[in-house]
Design a protein around this ligand. Structure first.
Ligand SMILES: *[C@@H]1O[C@H](CO)[C@@H](O)[C@H](O)[C@H]1NC(C)=O
Ligand SMILES: *[C@@H]1O[C@H](CO)[C@@H](O)[C@H](O)[C@H]1NC(C)=O
Length: 330
C-alpha cells in the first residue's frame, strides 16, 4: 500500500509539474512495477538520484512517443526499467555482441523459387516455444537466445518440448563471458565442438550469476546439436521467413537501446542496424496488417513488452534484426 501511495504521488507530481514535457504522453505497463522505482537495483544511489533518473525516463518516453509515424507504431512508457539510467540498463541488459562478421546469406535457387509462404506464422501456435524467461541482472541474453532456439528445434524434430538449462551454457561456454556477456555464435560453436548435451533446466537451474561448470555423465538425458549456421541476412530478410518456417525459431542480435522503454506496438524506428547489443529469438511473423512484423521472444520476463515479446517491423533490417542470425542444426 505504501508503494502505491508513493506511486500516485509520483504521478500527481508529474501531471502537475509544468516543467516536464510529459503529461498525457505518460503510459504505464499494465504490470506492477512500482516497487522498482524505489529499490536501487544497482546500489550506490540516493533516492533523490533515483527519482531524478525516473524523471529523465519520463522525458525519454515522451520524446519517443512524440515521434510515432507508421501504422501500429511502438509506444513507450513506465516499466520495470524506468528507474535505471540508459547506461545502467546497457550494463545490465545489453551484453551480447557479434563475435565476428558473418558471411552474407546466399539463398539457394530452391529457396527463392520456393512455395508461397503464409502471411502469418508463429511457432507458439504449434506449442513449440517454451515460456518467456527472466535473465534478471545477468547479462546472458546470448545464452537464453540459443537455448530457446535449441528447445524449439528439438521439439520440432519430434521430442517433447523441455526447458533446457541456460545456466549450463552460462557456466560452461568458455568462449563467452557468462553473465558478463557473450555471443550466440560462440555459444553454438562451443556446443558443436564440445558435443555438450544440454540438460533440463530443472536439473541445472538458473542462478543469475556465473558459476563453475557442472559436468554430467554421458548417460544423462540431454540435447546436443550436430552443427549450426550463422549468416548476415541484411539483404535477404525475406529469406529469414524460409529459415524460420523450415528450421525453427532463430537467434538474432539486435540494437535494443530503445527497448528499455518499450510497452507494445511495432518497433519501426528508434533503433539502428550495425549496433548489435542484445540477443533474442525470432519465433514468427505477421504480414496480415499494414505493417508486417517479426514476433520476437525476449528474456526480460513476461511483464516486459507484450507478455515478454516484442514486435519489430519486417523488411528494413530494423534494429539490425537481420545482421547476425544463427540457428542450430539438429
Ligand atoms: C505492487 O508490488 C508491491 C511490491 O511487491 C506490492 O506491495 C503492492 O501491493 C503491489 N500492488 C498491486 C496493485 O498489486
Ligand atoms: C560442427 O562440428 C563438426 C564436427 O563435429 C564439424 O564438422 C562442423 O564443421 C562444425 N560446424 C561448424 C559450423 O563449425
Amino acid at each position: 500500500m505504501l508503494w502505491l501511495c508513493v506511486l500516485s504521488a509520483v504521478s500527481a507530481c508529474v501531471s502537475t509539474s509544468a516543467s516536464l514535457p510529459v503529461h498525457s504522453h505518460v503510459r504505464r505497463s499494465p504490470h506492477n512495477h512500482t516497487f522498482l522505482l524505489f529499490m536501487d537495483p544497482v546500489g550506490e544511489r540516493s533516492p533523490a538520484d533515483r527519482y531524478g533518473i525516473f524523471l529523465k525516463s519520463l522525458e525519454r518516453h515522451a520524446l519517443l512517443n512524440s515521434d510515432a509515424r507508421g501504422s501500429g507504431d511502438a509506444y513507450y512508457g513506465i516499466n520495470q526499467f524506468s528507474g535505471l539510467s540508459p547506461e545502467e540498463f546497457a550494463n545490465l541488459y545489453l551484453q551480447s555482441y557479434p563475435s565476428r562478421s558473418l558471411d552474407p546469406y546466399v539463398p539457394s535457387k530452391a529457396a527463392l523459387g520456393g512455395s508461397a509462404l503464409p502471411s502469418r506464422f508463429d511457432w507458439r501456435d504449434k506449442k513449440l516455444v517454451t515460456g518467456v524467461k527472466n535473465q534478471l541482472d545477468c547479462g546472458a541474453c546470448w545464452a537464453f537466445s540459443i537455448v530457446g532456439a535449441i528447445e524449439s528445434r528439438n521439439a520440432i524434430i519430434g521430442h517433447p518440448l523441455e526447458d533446457l538449462s541456460v545456466q549450463q551454457v552460462i557456466d560452461c561456454s568458455y568462449l563467452d563471458k557468462g553473465c558478463n556477456g557473450g555471443s550466440t555464435d560462440n555459444a553454438l560453436k562451443w556446443l558443436n565442438q564440445s558435443h555438450t548435451k544440454l540438460v533440463k533446466s530443472s536439473e541445472y537451474p538458473f542462478k543469475a550469476t556465473t558459476g563453475a561448470c557442472h559436468y554430467f555423465p554421458p548417460t544423462e538425458f540431454g540435447v546436443s546439436i550436430k552443427g549450426y549456421e550463422a549468416y548476415d541476412f541484411s539483404d535477404y530478410e525475406e529469406q529469414m521467413m524460409n529459415i524460420l518456417i523450415n528450421v525453427g525459431p532463430i537467434a538474432v542480435i539486435v540494437d535494443a537501446v530503445s527497448w528499455q522503454d518499450y510497452l507494445g506496438g511495432i518497433i519501426q524506428h528508434h533503433c539502428s542496424s550495425g549496433h548489435s547489443n542484445h540477443a533474442v529469438l525470432v519465433v514468427g511473423f505477421d504480414k496480415t496488417g499494414d505493417t508486417p512484423y517479426w514476433i520476437v521472444k525476449n528474456s526480460w520476463g513476461t511483464s516486459w513488452g507484450i507478455d515478454g515479446y516484442v514486435h519489430v517491423k519486417m523488411g528494413q533490417n530494423i534494429c539490425g534484426i537481420a545482421d547476425f542470425v544463427a540457428f542450430p542444426v539438429m
